[in-house]
Design a protein around this ligand. Structure first.
Ligand code: TXD
Length: 319
């Protein structure tokens, strides 16, 4: 069977970590692409030299030429600028929208059959713009946010309940921003929903509310600590889980920014919802029943995403 090809557009903090994880997991050959000369080539050479020690044989190359992504099966996009302290994700829109236009062209011209995972912020707007610019089918372009936000939520819940992270599952829907919607009634410890654990006296509503808020500001918390940029290990790990679901036809049920038409009262927008990812890309959008509060919170999130798209159209009238 021919080896898979993974193209990473953006060879920065997340891009380099993506390449390392993809190589360690033997997902296929890897092309690191960036506009800065030397960075993708240097990181590719350094990563290749892990091979003899780790035993992986992925061919890892660096490039500044989109022609080198030709035939990629999976493309993960982190190109753009990241936050610094004091910046919101939305502050990145003006710069990163122009980057998505260039990336979209590169993908359209060189790898139109790829499954594209967008990570660049502001995520919900950038994944929509990337799909518009690339012209790929909506089910082959998806945004990574919910897997990361749910992982942050699960980590905090495992700490709170003093249980193994392996037994915590959680759902975070909506936009990748302050309006994201951690859904506690669908978050469990070994299948026991959080509201039941509260009723059992294992925690309190106040403590869970504080964890929900910490999850919402999870990105900002790390930006404030690092000061030089934003999180990259967990974002990369989350993106790789989505790539593996596609490459392995795993039918994973994951919270992702997907193109929603009709479900959740949303029509023609990318927003964080539970999806099935397999060899067909986003194969299904699962519409779960939501409490009135969760529905209202999701609507706030949808409205925030719509405002970002208005801003995008104000910058680029081709959208
Ligand atoms: O959950 C999520 N989706 C978020 C996403 C989690 C964390 C970080 N989030 C966003 O990912 C972050 O706000 C940024 O927008 C992206 C990438 O974050 P990263 O930490 O990897 O940023 P870096 O280290 O600055 O890397 C960005 C690279 C850098 O090497 C630039 O030279 C390159 O992008 N870049 C480009 N590559 C290709 N094409 C163009 N036009 C380009 N412009 C910059």
């Amino acid at each position: 069977m021919a080896r898979k090809k993974i193209a990473l557009i953006g060879a920065g903090n997340i891009g380099g970590t993506l390449a390392h994880l993809a190589a360690l997991k033997g997902l296929g050959d890897i092309v690191l692409f960036d506009v800065v000369e030397g960075i993708p080539q240097g990181k590719a050479l350094d990563l290749s030299q892990c091979g003899p020690v780790e035993g992986f044989d992925s061919q890892i190359t660096g490039s500044n030429d989109y022609a080198d992504i030709a035939g990629a099966d999976v493309i993960i996009v982190t190109a753009g600028v990241a936050r610094k302290p004091g910046m919101s994700r939305d502050d990145l829109l003006g710069i990163n929208l122009k980057v998505m236009k260039a990336v979209g062209e590169g993908i359209k011209n060189n790898a139109p059959d790829a499954f594209v995972i967008c990570i660049t912020n502001p995520l919900d707007a950038m994944v929509w713009a990337l799909r518009e610019f690339s012209g790929l089918p909506h089910n082959k372009v998806v945004g990574m946010a919910g897997v990361l936000d749910s992982s942050r939520f699960s980590h905090f819940l495992a700490d709170e309940f003093k249980v193994s992270i392996k037994d915590v599952t959680s759902f975070v829907l909506g936009g990748h921003g302050d309006t994201m919607v951690p859904v506690i009634e669908y978050s469990t410890v070994s299948g026991i929903p959080i509201p039941d654990l509260i009723a059992m006296g294992r925690s309190t509503q106040e403590r869970i509310d504080a964890i929900v808020q910490r999850t919402r500001s999870g990105g900002g918390e790390i930006v404030g600590l690092l000061k030089t940029g934003s999180a990259f290990y967990a974002p990369a790990t989350s993106g790789i889980a989505m790539a593996e679901a596609y490459l392995g036809d795993q039918k994973r049920v994951l919270p992702c920014a997907a193109y929603v038409e009709g479900k959740y009262g949303v029509d023609g927008l990318y927003v964080g919802v539970p999806v099935v990812i397999g060899a067909g890309g986003v194969e299904e959008i699962i519409e779960i029943a939501l409490s009135d509060e969760a529905k209202a919170n999701l609507q706030v999130s949808v409205d925030a995403v719509k405002e970002l798209l208005v801003a995008c159209r104000g910058i680029d009238n081709s959208l």
